[in-house]
Design a protein around this ligand. Structure first.
Ligand SMILES: NC(=O)c1ccc[n+]([C@@H]2O[C@H](COP(=O)([O-])OP(=O)(O)OC[C@H]3O[C@@H](n4cnc5c(N)ncnc54)[C@H](O)[C@@H]3O)[C@@H](O)[C@H]2O)c1
Length: 348
């Protein structure tokens, strides 16, 4: 089979996650990349031959089978629409899908009209620990689910774009909380119908990051369509490395999942070493370094699935279709509305 020609828009953190995962797929060729900075370093590191400072020029000149959109949130709409209008076969868009529900709907419509396969990159859905938890739930191992609690938290974004609401659409909920919001309907088989949110409101109102214009702490109680209760959280005030956990409480048992700190490695180091886990400040003393974050957080399985979808002309699985990205945005913006109005909001 001919290798899929991959184009990556973006050259930094998310682009690296995609490139590391494509590296493990024998049936693809990382063919082209476009970015406004870090272009040569990124392209050299992953041996990508064709390099562009303008993604539109890349779409015009290169015949690509699959485009990874790894740019700041506010550009997702323009890049996805440009790729679709240039008749690229398939597109993967990073989370959140867009900075508004309307933009997300437009992206999905244009891709549908032009018959472009459009995939939403919610990596948690491909995390091995969450896949195993879902199997146990489906086997009846914890009975009926009553309550789920999930969060992604760390000490602040590395990306200047994520720190400004005008570029990202919000703060820690749209950036981090969007993972549990996107994952829980897949995990439980239930959509979120109502939310009761609370956030710090950016700048001076933030707990810690006064120069972020979006919130640095956000949480919401949620109600699912069958009445099940939930709690989702995203915050930028957590020291000690990224903290991604899911707790599921059922009538016959419960499951606790730790995606980031559940390492089988425990290290004591007096001198320190290069890297333990994402966003951890140092590696001295006792640490639990990640063994393979690209795998444990789902990126490798995610990219493998999307590549299969293109090669075998399959639909992406539930939770990773463009429509699922819209659903996650609707919940996120309902949480913002709820926080602003101080009352329960129904997700439209
Ligand atoms: N799934 C995940 O776990 C995960 C993790 C991190 C980031 N993300 C998402 O990935 C996206 C990118 O985040 P990041 O952390 O890599 O951001 P970043 O700030 O580290 O990098 C932004 C990238 O976009 C490129 N860029 C900016 N403007 C551009 C333009 N006009 N044309 C072409 N390229 C342009 C820059 O060159 C850079 O490579 C965001 O939507 C973010 O939410 C997802």
């Amino acid at each position: 089979m001919e290798k899929l020609k991959i184009g990556i828009v973006g050259s930094k953190f998310a682009a690296m996650l995609h490139a590391e995962s494509y590296k493990r797929c024998s049936s693809v060729h990382m063919h082209s990349t476009a970015a406004i900075d870090n272009l040569e370093e990124f392209a050299d590191r992953y041996q990508i031959p064709n390099r562009y400072s303008d993604y539109r020029e890349m779409f015009e000149k290169e015949d690509l089978d699959l485009v990874s959109v790894c740019v700041p949130n506010y550009l997702h709409r323009d890049v996805v629409i440009a790729a679709a209008e240039a008749d690229k076969k398939a597109i993967i868009c990073e989370k959140p899908l867009a900075t508004s529900v309307e933009d997300g709907q437009e992206m999905v419509k244009i891709c549908r009209d032009r018959q472009v396969k459009f995939m939403y990159a919610e990596d948690w859905i491909f995390a091995p620990a969450l896949i195993r938890a879902k199997e146990i739930i489906e086997e009846g191992g914890i009975g009926d689910i009553l309550y789920v609690k999930a969060k992604e938290t760390h000490n602040g974004s590395h990306s200047v774009f994520a720190q400004q609401k005008k570029y990202c659409g919000g703060g820690s909920m749209i950036h981090l909380g969007i993972h549990p919001i996107g994952c829980l309907p897949w995990l439980t088989g239930q959509d979120i119908t109502h939310v009761m949110g609370m956030i710090t409101e950016g700048a001076d109102k933030n707990l810690l990051h006064k120069h972020y214009t979006g919130e640095d702490w956000a949480a919401s109680l949620v109600i699912f369509e069958n009445g099940m209760r939930g709690f989702v959280e995203g915050n930028y005030i957590t020291c000690g490395g990224m903290d991604d956990t899911v707790e599921i409480y059922g009538t016959e048992g419960n499951i606790h999942i730790d995606l980031t700190k559940g390492s089988p490695l425990t290290v004591y180091s007096r001198s320190g070493f290069e890297y333990a886990i994402e966003k951890a400040d140092f590696t001295h003393g006792w640490t639990c370094p990640a063994v393979d974050e690209f795998m444990s957080l789902g990126y490798v399985n995610e990219i493998t699935h999307f590549v299969d979808c293109v090669q075998q002309d399959k639909q992406p699985q539930m939770g990773t279709r463009g429509e699922d990205g819209i659903k996650a945005l609707k919940v996120t913006f309902a949480i913002y509305e709820s926080a602003e109005k101080g009352r329960l909001i129904e997700v439209s």
